[in-house]
Design a protein around this ligand. Structure first.
Ligand SMILES: Nc1ncnc2c1ncn2[C@@H]1O[C@H](COP(=O)(O)OP(=O)(O)OP(=O)(O)O)[C@@H](O)[C@H]1O
Length: 364
């Protein structure tokens, strides 16, 4: 009988990392596992501790406690420490800089410490082919556009075949038009090289586009981890919903596992009677109906009761329109998005319903 295949250890594992600055816990018990060929995005607002986490993994910052493991081997705890240059980690930051006095080929070859001249030249050519810049192999950085320089920087970071790639907002210096293409190209190159990637960003859209797994960080802690679809559709709390999009919030109190609202009753399974809850939903999950002689649509099981609102403001955003309503029931504002162009006049009466299967009920 064959021995069972042993499970591969994660390419990168961090366990319970903690870092204080000025008595404040900036990174608070962060643990993560990333397998080879997997991209994890550390996503969170400015100042939540993302870069500090990355810097500890790179070895340029020391943790107060916790461990860093690579391919099942301890790389750093509070006593033992492999120096940064021996960690086989590639780095890419927003303000990546190519060496201006070195040619494109020399820039890419910079980190290659082993191998003959021919082997190095072959690796450089392979990567420049891959990022579609082989024609610039003997050119200099100032002859390249920002996007092209970024691709050279990527080739340079990948040249020594790092086991792990750490990227800190690497695309934020690029204009929007370039960015999508370079993100996609970077992603496919990283996948081909089977690198484990930890990418730091504060842009949900970037994380959704790049990540196999998103680790949502707030106040030094990872508050949720999962595939982008799961983090988006099953957010851990109200702030997690709000991080990805505008939100609407209805306040209600639970009675008999139901929360009564102007939009009808919402299920609140397992929530004790008397608990105040927030019912949270995104503007794209509001349905709009025209007023028919003072009446809205009839209630349905999927969308409940319609509530009456008056248009306060409508704006066209490109691929959708955002309409804000002043609601009759308590004077609060609710937001709805509608595909394409829909710009009703201020003061127009409409009826709003909410897609129940897209609402989240959280304790207030
Ligand atoms: N060397 C330092 N000394 C003191 N405080 C620091 C130091 N480095 C970071 N901090 C603080 O730690 C907190 C987390 O910083 P960090 O750079 O990790 O956040 P971030 O999530 O990457 O934010 P951003 O997206 O703005 O870069 C911030 O409040 C920052 O001011």
């Amino acid at each position: 009988m064959r021995a069972p295949l042993t499970e591969q250890p994660p390419r990168l594992e961090i366990r319970n990392l903690v870092r204080h600055f000025d008595g404040r816990r900036v990174v608070d018990d962060v643990s993560l596992r990333i397998m080879a060929g997997q991209v994890t995005c550390l996503l969170g607002p400015s100042g939540c501790g993302k870069s500090t986490t990355l810097r500890m993994i790179a070895g340029v910052e020391m943790q107060d406690s916790g461990e860093i493991w690579v391919d099942g081997k301890l790389v750093c705890d509070t006593i033992f420490r492999v120096p940064p240059e021996r960690r086989e980690i590639g780095l890419m930051f927003q303000d990546f800089a190519l060496f201006p006095h070195l040619s494109v080929a020399e820039n890419v070859a910079f980190g290659l410490r082993t191998g003959t001249r021919t082997e190095k030249r072959a690796r450089v050519a392979e990567l420049l082919e891959r990022v579609d810049l082989i024609q610039f192999i003997d050119g200099y950085p100032h002859q390249l556009s920002g996007g092209e320089q970024q691709r050279v920087a990527l080739a340079r970071a990948l040249a020594p075949r790092p086991r792990i790639m750490l990227m800190d907002e690497p695309f934020s210096g690029l204009d929007n038009r370039l960015r999508d293409g370079i993100r996609d190209e970077t992603l496919s190159l990283l996948k081909d090289e089977d690198t484990a990637v930890l990418l730091v960003t504060h842009e949900p859209e970037e994380a959704m586009r790049m990540a196999d797994e998103i680790a949502l960080m707030r106040g030094g802690k990872i508050v949720q981890r999962g595939a982008p679809y799961n983090v988006y559709t099953r957010p851990a709390d109200k702030a997690a919903v709000a991080f990805f999009s505008d939100v609407n919030v209805l306040k209600a109190q639970v009675n008999g596992a139901l929360a009564q609202t102007p939009f009808g009753r919402f299920l609140a399974p397992g929530v004790p009677d008397g608990t105040d809850v927030d019912i949270v939903f995104r503007p794209q999950h509001v349905r709009l109906d025209f007023d028919r002689n003072g009446q809205g649509p009839l209630p349905t099981p999927a969308e409940g009761v319609a509530a009456r609102g008056v248009v306060e403001r409508a704006r066209f955003l490109g691929h959708e329109s955002l309409v804000e309503f002043r609601m009759d029931y308590d004077g609060s504002v609710l937001k709805a998005t509608v595909p394409n162009v829909f710009l009703p006049q201020k003061g127009r009466v409409m009826w709003l319903t909410v897609r129940r299967d897209r609402c989240f009920v959280f304790p207030a």
